[in-house]
Design a protein around this ligand. Structure first.
Ligand code: UN1
Length: 491
């Protein structure tokens, strides 16, 4: 199937663009092709978005929100089809794919309700007979650049707050997962979203991502992806004085204290480390364990890991699906080799699965390293695959120090039954998300999503915080005294 750009409400039919194949990572089957657009298509999309934005900004927010409700209903109606398509293009297991589509539905409903809120402030003026308030104003045309690991959920975190706030957008999805964007475009068309409000352009980062970041009429870029690309986006965007919202890497840890419920900790680690084959920004890739429970945790974790069924995510028995492509497999393998060279002990896994039935897809065995030191490369850099490192610590202080010793700060977790330990930890873990007695994944859409340090640049996706990315604050003073009142003039 041939995927097409969606620009100004039209499917770009006669495009003479080069294309790239889209593969199913579970079995190498070609699912279709995606166009490799150029600056010309970006310019056209921005023009359409710019024209549409004037009208869209004047449409009352509750009316804009009505489209989001319709989008939510369509997503719900098509949930199973979308989930299957998602598993086919991205590889995650079907129950996770359903969950991801649900995340999109939740986001649509949450932001639709914002249509009747979009709260600003009314405050007293320091002068008599004067009224003061602040409102959220739309920014204009925004650019959304989204990754392959959550091809629909992350797009909805960005697109829906942008829309309800009165912006129009150009969305560049990942080339690995264009089908979810294509399905969203169909939904935008089906609900009758005004032409030009939502535009989708497919292509590579260097070509069309750069064209978006440099385009003078795109005022905001919201990017989720790698730290190296994100810093280029920030650098280039900074030169053009754009608002750049970045969501990048993680090196998330689960801390297991000596009083933890070990069975629960094992379940939490297993799910957050090997779910989505470790390809979540929030995935657990370090286990920081108190020395008194290291042996028992390690044994139970090992036993549980060896029972995980690896395979095509469409098979409901599968617990760990493929990774996205050959390059990802090689990157993971490289880190595993590095871990061995650094002197970590390989407890289980560590192999690319290349025998049938895995030979046509991209499968990596769930892998556990132990006796890892916090400063080893495998304990510092993002691997983005099913690999964890167990690090032993003596106490809570050391656990927190190790957790905070990485350059990222997305998610962290602590398993303990002691309220003092838990509260001390949540205050000192320097991540944007902290879980207590749960793994590092599973953020809910109505809370801010994002991280500190190298994970981001101070912005947040989802929750109320997302509105800050897509709005400008406008302060309005209404003087009804009938005379000139001068503020800050001391007589
Ligand atoms: C991501 O990996 O970039 O919190 C997003 C979670 C999901 C979203 C992950 N709700 O694990």
């Amino acid at each position: 199937m041939e995927i097409k750009n969606f620009i100004g409400g039209r499917w770009a039919d006669k495009q003479k663009l080069q294309t790239m194949p889209v593969m199913n990572p579970a079995n190498g089957e070609q699912l279709g092709t995606v166009p490799l657009s150029t600056k010309v298509e970006v310019d056209e999309a921005v023009q359409q978005a710019k024209n549409a934005q004037k009208e869209w900004a004047l449409t009352p927010a509750p009316k804009r929100a009505d489209y989001l409700y319709e989008i939510a209903f369509k997503l719900k109606e098509k949930k199973e089809h979308l989930a299957q398509t998602l598993t086919r293009e991205m590889g995650k297991v079907i129950e996770e794919a359903r969950g991801e589509v649900q995340e999109g539905i939740d986001m649509a409903l949450y932001m639709a309700a914002e249509g009747r809120r979009l709260f600003g402030e009314t405050v007293p003026s320091e002068l008599a007979n004067k009224f003061a308030m602040s409102v959220r104003a739309p920014i204009g045309v925004v650019g959304l650049i989204t990754p392959w690991n959550f091809p629909i959920a992350i797009a909805t975190w960005k697109a829906f707050p942008a829309l309800v706030a009165g912006n129009t957008f150009i969305w560049k999805p990942s080339n690995e997962t264009p089908f979810m964007a294509y399905e969203m475009a169909k939904i935008f068309e089906e609900v009758g979203l005004p032409k030009g409000v939502a535009n989708i352009v497919f292509g590579t980062g260097p070509t069309i991502g750069t064209a978006m970041v440099e385009h003078p009429d795109i005022r905001v870029i919201s990017f989720t992806g790698s730290t190296s690309t994100g810093s280029k986006v920030a650098e280039l965007g900074g030169r053009h004085l754009k608002k750049i919202s970045l969501e990048m890497g993680g090196k998330n840890a689960v801390i297991v204290m000596e009083d933890a419920d070990i069975e629960l900790a094992v379940e939490g680690i297993l799910w957050s480390a090997f779910g989505t084959a470790g390809q979540r920004c929030t995935a657990c890739s370090r286990v920081i364990v108190h020395k008194d429970v290291k042996e028992v945790l390690q044994q139970k974790l090992l036993a549980a890991t060896t029972t995980l069924t690896i395979g095509d995510g469409l098979d409901p028995a599968t617990k760990v699906g493929p990774v996205i492509n050959r390059a990802a497999l090689e990157k993971i393998n490289h880190y595993v080799q590095l871990g061995r060279q650094e002197g970590a002990t390989l407890l289980t896994g560590g192999r690319i699965l290349s025998e049938a039935p895995f030979d046509k897809g991209f499968y990596f065995e769930p892998t556990i390293f132990t006796d890892v030191h916090a400063e080893m490369i495998i304990a510092q850099e993002e691997i983005f695959g099913p690999v964890i490192s167990i690090i032993e610590v003596a106490d809570l202080d050391e656990a927190i120090e190790v957790n905070n010793s990485v350059k990222f700060g997305l998610s962290s977790s602590i398993f303990s039954q002691d309220v003092n330990t838990i509260f001390k930890a949540q205050a000192r873990l320097d991540t944007g998300i902290v879980y207590v007695n749960a793994g590092t994944t599973g953020a809910e859409i109505h809370l801010p999503f994002g991280g500190t340090k190298g994970t981001g640049n101070g912005h947040r996706d989802s929750g109320q915080a997302a509105l800050d990315v897509y709005t400008e604050w406008k302060s309005i003073y209404v003087d009804y005294s009938g005379k000139l009142q001068r503020a800050q003039i001391d007589t």
